[in-house]
Ligand binder design. Sequence first.
Ligand SMILES: NC(=O)c1ccc[n+]([C@@H]2O[C@H](COP(=O)([O-])OP(=O)(O)OC[C@H]3O[C@@H](n4cnc5c(N)ncnc54)[C@H](OP(=O)(O)O)[C@@H]3O)[C@@H](O)[C@H]2O)c1
Length: 289
Amino acid sequence: MKRILLRLINFGKKLPLVIKSIKKIYRYGGYTAINIASINYGEILKEKKVLITGGSTGIGLSIAKKSLQVGATVVITGRNDDKLKKAADEIKNPRLKTLKWDISQINQIEEGIKNTKLLLEGDIDILINNAGIVNSITFPNVTEEIWDKIYSINSKGLFFLTQTLCDQWMKEDKVQLKKIINISSQGGFVGATYPYRMTKWDISGLTQGLGIKLAPHGIIVNGVAPGIIATKMQPNYHAQEDNVFCSLNPLKRIAMPTEIAELVVFLMSDAANFIVGQTILCDGGYSIK
Ligand SMILES: NC(=O)c1ccc[n+]([C@@H]2O[C@H](COP(=O)([O-])OP(=O)(O)OC[C@H]3O[C@@H](n4cnc5c(N)ncnc54)[C@H](OP(=O)(O)O)[C@@H]3O)[C@@H](O)[C@H]2O)c1
């Protein structure tokens, strides 16, 4: 009798936790936990100067953190000063520089590159084309305004920044490799019915095209195509760190931005120098299901 009573008391103590877990499972439709490991790359990017577009939050910020850890000097950009300041306050590293720069403003690209070089105190070695925005209005309801807004950043801004920087690189007497990593999406590998996904197809196509065109010039271009990542771009999943369940891919989970940063830093490093024009999918199997 006493033992049963003790068990009941113990269960009572655990009850709030049990209820909390059941609520979480009910809310997300299932439960998946993750264990994320990080590779210690040492100082694999020592003395590398890196430009990350849209690095004030999410995936770009995670790439910035990992790049700094492995020795790089990094400029992150964004349209919003407060977000950039928040990122700098969080990271607190003198090798992190911030630059307010809207990459959709094509006539500001030259100036943006010039300011980046001033902040880096030298040439850019690696460009991470990460800035992007999303939309969910799909065919047949897409307006010209939505189309233009998405394309101006995700596709046009990325293209002209890349073209301007590569043009400068190709005119220099280079002694070391330059690198570009383009952030596409799992949506760039499955059928597309809305501008966001179509821009991500653009990006993986451009990665392949420029991979071939620029390799003879000592510029290596690759890409990463993330699946659903817990960032502000995914408001439904953003706060879901304690239960990463997601029914949409075979792994039944979303990923954390650090998991993308891990892969991007590998591609940025000289350990990946024979990989050319590839967009590596990191999507829990979404695109092959
Ligand atoms: N999260 C996902 O599930 C997912 C999946 C696949 C691919 N991706 C891609 O990953 C990249 C990063 O997204 P995220 O998930 O990290 O989203 P996020 O947290 O919203 O970050 C987007 C970043 O881009 C910046 N940005 C947006 N427009 C810009 C512009 N015109 N010029 C300069 N910076 C700009 C934002 O800062 P400001 O707002 O201050 O400009 C912010 O720093 C995007 O290309 C996205 O398409 C994300």
